[in-house]
Design a protein around this ligand. Structure first.
Ligand code: HGY
Ligand code: MN
Ligand code: MN
Length: 414
């Protein structure tokens, strides 16, 4: 641990608090893609990157970048990063801790960047979460050259399209291709992120190594029944969309447990929503993941089959539309060895290895360059909630491990 560590970690935590205030919500943290808050967070992060000695720019997908040249100009880059966008009513460390820890590492290494056999780049991705447009990983996908043209017409709850929001943000949708990076310009991608699960805490470890990252599939569902009078409609005549959706939701949990997968209905709304009206329509979300894509897909099939049968039995219609699919990825062995070396520099010589139940930008970036991740313990594994918490010593260890991992990559390439 370097003598600066506590001050660095303190600065990172203070900056997490500062960014938490950049929110569209007066009562919590919400910073969504292509919003004024996104622009504000990018500007703040760019300023911190510049203070650390980096050249900064924003790409045509809204990602904020910084670059330190290596021992000669124009070298391929080792990229450190994570995301600055959040879910609704978020914590203050999911994504943000990785971006700010990377800035600290760049600040430390800037004086000796002339010794590095690569350029060091930082990226603060946007739209990792997909909160605003029901997309996900669009910022990192643009960098990977895997942008989906149909994303432009996705709309937010106010009917604003991605295209309109991008233009209002000052981006030129016709130039999205310029955000794509070439594999030959990259050495690899390292992401520090809170675990968003309880394993490190249960094992008494500050840091962990990510072996693979689960790929999620997301759907929007509609259960279609018939709105009728809540008093005068006898049960045999009812086609209650909410009761049907309730059967589906319970089956989602039961089948996920039975098939050892992970499935969640995070959002559900009944229409027309009158207290004295039998719901005629329910709209809901479905998020399905597993360690292996084949297991995830089997769970999707099981849920779909059960939902169709339950709705048919009740005379209800069911529509499931897939809105997101990410393939699970395995982290690169050599880059992961540098993460292991980084964690060893903090005194943990046999780090916990795990697969990430949460998705990360590294999944998208894996399409163009090797990726590896280091996890930082979070209290009770809580994330996507205001009670998300980390400790100063763990953040200090994370910064030290990330710095040591970068230096290990440099040593391997020298
Ligand atoms: O959904 C996820 O796993 C990530 O937090 N976006
Ligand atoms: Mn998240
Ligand atoms: Mn995240």
């Amino acid at each position: 641990m370097s003598p600066e560590t506590p001050a660095d970690a303190r600065r990172v935590l203070d900056r997490c608090d500062e960014l938490a205030a950049v929110s569209s919500s007066a009562t919590g943290v919400e910073r969504v893609h292509l919003s004024p808050e996104h622009a504000r967070a990018n500007a703040i992060a760019a300023d911190w990157m510049a203070q650390a000695g980096l050249r900064t720019w924003c790409d045509q997908a809204g990602n904020q970048w910084g670059r330190l040249e290596g021992r000669e100009p124009g070298l391929p880059a080792l990229v450190l990063g994570s995301h600055l966008d959040t879910v609704t009513d978020a914590g203050r460390y999911d994504g943000i801790l990785g971006v700010l820890s990377a800035i600290e590492v760049a600040r430390r290494l800037a004086p000796r960047a002339g010794e590095l056999p690569f350029a060091l780049e930082l990226v603060a991705f946007s739209d990792e979460e997909g909160t605003r447009f029901s997309t996900a990983l669009t910022g990192s996908s643009a960098v990977a050259g895997t942008w989906h043209e149909d994303w432009w017409e996705r709309t937010d709850r106010d009917g604003v399209t991605v295209r309109q929001a991008a233009e209002a943000f000052g981006l030129d949708p016709s130039r999205i291709g310029e955000a794509a990076r070439e594999p030959q310009d990259l050495v690899g991608y390292l992401e520090l992120h809170i675990e968003q699960g309880p394993q490190l805490e249960a094992a008494g470890r500050a840091l962990g190594v990510v072996a693979s990252i689960a790929g999620a599939r997301r759907f929007t569902g509609r259960v279609v029944g018939e709105a009728r009078h809540a008093g005068g409609t006898p049960y045999p005549k009812r086609r209650d969309a909410l009761v049907g959706a309730g059967e589906v939701v319970l089956a989602v949990e039961r089948l996920a447990v039975e098939l050892d997968g992970i499935a969640t209905v995070g959002r559900l709304q009944a229409f027309p929503g009158g207290v004295n009206v039998v719901p005629g329509l329910v709209e809901f979300s479905l998020d399905v993941r597993a360690e292996h894509d084949a297991d995830r897909d089997a769970l999707v099939e099981a849920i779909t089959a059960h939902a169709r049968a339950a709705c048919a039995r009740r005379g209800l219609g069911l529509e499931l539309t897939e809105t997101h699919r990410a393939a699970g990825v395995y982290c690169d062995a050599e880059l992961t060895a540098s993460v292991v070396a980084g964690i060893a520099a903090t005194g943990d010589h046999d780090p916990l290895r795990t697969w990430s139940r949460a998705g990360h930008d590294a999944m998208a970036i894996a399409a163009i360059t090797p990726v590896a991740m280091v996890f930082v313990r979070c209290e009770d594994g809580i994330s996507h909630a205001p009670t998300e918490a980390v400790t100063l010593p763990d953040v200090a260890a994370g910064i030290d491990a990330l710095e040591a991992a970068v230096l290990d990559v440099a040593a391997r390439r020298s």
